[in-house]
Design a protein around this ligand. Sequence first.
Ligand code: SF4
Length: 64
Amino acid sequence: MKVAISAIDCAGCGICADLSPEVFVMDHDNHVAKVIVDVVPEKAEASCTTAVKDCPAEAISIVE
Ligand code: SF4
C-alpha cells in the first residue's frame, strides 16, 4: 500500500499525522502534511486507511 497527499488540497489540520504518525508528519513551515514512507508498513495500514477516510479535505489518495 502506498499513499500520496495533494499539497494543494491539504488543509493542514494534522488529523492524518495524529492518526498514523508512522506514515504522516506535518510540515509546519508549509502547513501541509507529508508522507514519510514509500510503502506503508503493514502494522500501520489500518491507521493509514482511517486517515485516508477521515481527511476532511479528501487530500490523501491510495496510489497502490
Ligand atoms: S488530514 Fe488531510 S487535510 Fe488534514 S493534514 Fe492530513 S492530508 Fe492535510
